[in-house]
Ligand binder design. Structure first.
Ligand SMILES: [Fe+2]
Ligand SMILES: [Fe+2]
Length: 225
């Protein structure tokens, strides 16, 4: 059954059908940073077959309808619950995974390529850690305050803070894109050691979680303000 028309933006699709984000990731259809792009436009731009992508997404939706796994539609949840979820799920995951990645870099003998990758990763880690602290200590309390007291003064403060935050998301997204291309879409080279394979897996997991994390903030949480 055809559930989608192609005119939906990638961000809408990820919000309405949260269980299809793996397919979007698989085709590298960026639902986070090009959130205003429609599925059809994104597929055409990427030189993919719309029929194939459309069929895969419809199949995933059909499977979901049959198996009905538990899915939370975050757009229907209150602000404080979304914030708690972002902190406990995404922020803690980022910290843990970035630590693991750093340990893997330290455990390996680094080629010049891996040294550049480590440097890039180190910059990303520093940026993300500062970013998350600012969200937890400043932005999120402000959004919670606004949700209990919706006045225009407070909203203005929220909007200006959210704009800065979205700018930082875009920067982090750019670094992740560079990491992706440096690792050939996380494909370990032939003869890679077990550590290197693990490093690529962790970097891939970090990218996937960051997409979802930024989608939750930019396209779900911030839209409620
Ligand atoms: Fe965050
Ligand atoms: Fe963020």
């Amino acid at each position: 059954m055809n559930h989608i028309k192609g005119k939906e933006t990638l961000s809408e699709l990820a919000t309405v059908y949260p269980y299809i984000v793996d397919i979007l990731n698989q085709y590298r259809l960026d639902y986070t940073f090009n959130s205003e792009t429609t599925l059809k436009e994104a597929v055409e731009k990427a030189g993919l077959s719309y029929e194939k992508v459309n069929a895969d997404i419809n199949l995933a939706i059909d499977e979901y309808i049959v198996t009905k796994p538990e899915v939370i539609y975050w757009e229907n949840e209150p602000i404080h619950k979304i914030i708690d979820h972002i902190e406990t799920k995404h922020h803690r995951f980022m910290e843990k995974t970035m630590d693991e990645i750093l340990r893997l870099f330290h455990a390996m003998e680094l080629t010049p390529e891996l040294e550049s990758l480590e440097k890039l990763f180190g910059e990303l880690q520093a940026e993300i850690l500062t970013h998350q602290i600012k969200e937890e200590e400043e932005l999120f309390p402000l959004l919670k305050e606004y949700s209990g007291n919706r006045n225009s003064e407070l909203r203005k403060k929220c909007v200006s803070y959210m704009e800065k935050t979205m700018g930082e998301h875009e920067q982090a997204g750019q670094v992740l894109k560079n990491i992706n291309s440096m690792t050939d879409n996380f494909m370990p080279p032939v003869g890679a050691t077990a550590e290197l394979k693990k490093l690529y897996l962790k970097l891939n997991a970090l990218e996937k979680d960051t997409f979802l994390h930024i989608h939750m903030e930019n396209s779900i949480l911030f839209k409620m303000i």
